[in-house]
Design a protein around this ligand. Sequence first.
Ligand code: MF3
Ligand code: CO
Ligand code: CO
Length: 249
Amino acid sequence: MVQIKTAEDIEAMRPACRHAADTLVMIEPYIKPGISTDDINDLVHEYTVKAGAIPAPLNYHGFPKSVCTSVNHVVCHGIPGGKKLRDGDIVNVDVTSIINGWHGDTSKTFFVGEPKVRARKIVEVARKALDIGIEAVCPGATLGDIGHAIQSYVEGEKCSIVREYCGHGIGRVFHEDPQILHFGKPGHGLELRQGMVFTIEPMVNIGKAAVKLLDDHWTVVTRDKSLSAQFEHTLVVTENGCEVLTRPS
Ligand code: MF3
Ligand code: CO
Ligand code: CO
């Protein structure tokens, strides 16, 4: 069942979405060689609870930390740990905050120090893939239109789109209907309506699309160990397009 949110619901979601966006702004200056992903987790956790918000990942289906940190060939759901980031790494920081029971979900891939050519490329393609997906959103468009726009851009750049993980409806529930696939056919799938709220969060690999789940049951990596990057926003379908709720202020 795909919910339609009221204008009041949207207002109620703004604080959580704004907080998640602000968290990415807060963390950016700390992303330097030598910081560990545990350090990132601690900074995000403190920043969140100090604001009276709840970090949604913590204990979500048993996830052990307050944020996901996905380094280099990690596609998503990386678990923060003691390993230090090194010059040339890329790291996706995926923040989901809960305020007054409502969720806001956003992520960004950062360069650690000076990026190499391939890192620059995949991060640029992932960022643009999200922008192109957002541009496809308006009432009357379909989920297939979004997926197709993202897929055709990414494949045109000779990169690949991960199939196993997708965007999602969001609100009082972290992951709800509909699923937002980042590939598809124009005109196929659910028709978008004003008041639908969901994330778009394409995971883009510089090599092949195939992924595998590590033994920790969370960390998803590219099978060929190639670099993967991701950006995510939470948005609402408006009368004539969409509004990104996790745009940093
Ligand atoms: N924030 C991720 C998403 O974009 C989900 C993380 S679930 C967790 O949907 F348990 F790993 F935190
Ligand atoms: Co999400
Ligand atoms: Co997320």
